[in-house]
Write a protein that binds this ligand. Sequence first.
Ligand SMILES: Nc1nc2c(ncn2[C@@H]2O[C@H](COP(=O)(O)OP(=O)(O)OP(=O)(O)O)[C@@H](O)[C@H]2O)c(=O)[nH]1
Ligand SMILES: [Mg+2]
Length: 310
Amino acid sequence: MASGPESGKGFWKKLKRGLLMTHTEMFGRVEAAIADRAFLDEETLESLEEGLIAADLGVETSQELVESVRKEAKRFEGGDLSRLRDHLADRVAVLLLDAPQPPARPAGRLVTLLVGVNGVGKTTSAAKLAAWHQRHGDRVLLAAGDTFRAAATEQLELWADRLDIDVVKQKAGADPAAVVYDALQAGAARSADHVIVDTAGRLHNRQGLMAELAKIKRVIERTAAGWKKRTLLVLDATTGQNAISQAREFTRHVAVDGILLAKVDGTAKGGVTVAIARELRIPVMFLGVGEGAEDLVEFRPREFAEALVG
Ligand SMILES: Nc1nc2c(ncn2[C@@H]2O[C@H](COP(=O)(O)OP(=O)(O)OP(=O)(O)O)[C@@H](O)[C@H]2O)c(=O)[nH]1
Ligand SMILES: [Mg+2]
């Protein structure tokens, strides 16, 4: 049941690779500008601001960061980008450390419910999260709580086979709350440390589907007495700033304990992580950085800032 940090090298490599497109978007312009002039004039600062905004850090955050560079522009003269990078990495880290922090894996048995809009990456993330916790010593059980589509259960089973993890399922059309109930019973019987529940995609304005989620939560509350519980909202990083409005709507209807931001690798808008952390005031807990079982990393503010900027 340990939750020790992932080996430094693997974590770092995945994070860097996941943020590559975003990093390039942020710095491509300013690198070109600095190479031309070797000093930070207004135009270069504008290039920096454009890059930060294009990488979806948010307009306000981008301006704040550029302002902090402008104040000390002299320090960065001579075309030495590395000093500028260090400065920005520090500033971003400060912003991220000021946001709600990802909690450690709670001790004891745990139920994780994954929720979110259609197609954001819930099922893939359920599998990756299961693999992550398995690597960290948990005995994991998956619950196929998306009974809406027959293919959803098959998709989860395919992952589970590969990872050698059990899945609790029912036939398509079954009540997802009943699947979750079964999974929690099975989890207790098989001494699982951690039950991870996949759910069907839903929009916040679909009342019936939101009521279904509330029912799943009630079943978890009642059945998993003594277990720690957390609900993670899965967001799709490729939607950039839209992910924030989506989260705002969603969390008006469902209480959420953390964010799992998927598909960070597939976008140049990975800076939205900073905007999410600052604006939603919900801890970002995991980042999806690829389509493989291993492509999930913990969100660690300082390391994130360094990988993003450095
Ligand atoms: N590149 C990349 N692709 C991802 C990541 N996470 C998920 N995907 C892809 O996104 C697509 C949708 O993922 P799913 O896990 O099926 O999404 P979902 O939220 O379960 O979808 P519904 O159940 O239909 O609501 C798949 O093609 C995944 O491979 C990620 O971190 N990086
Ligand atoms: Mg799914």
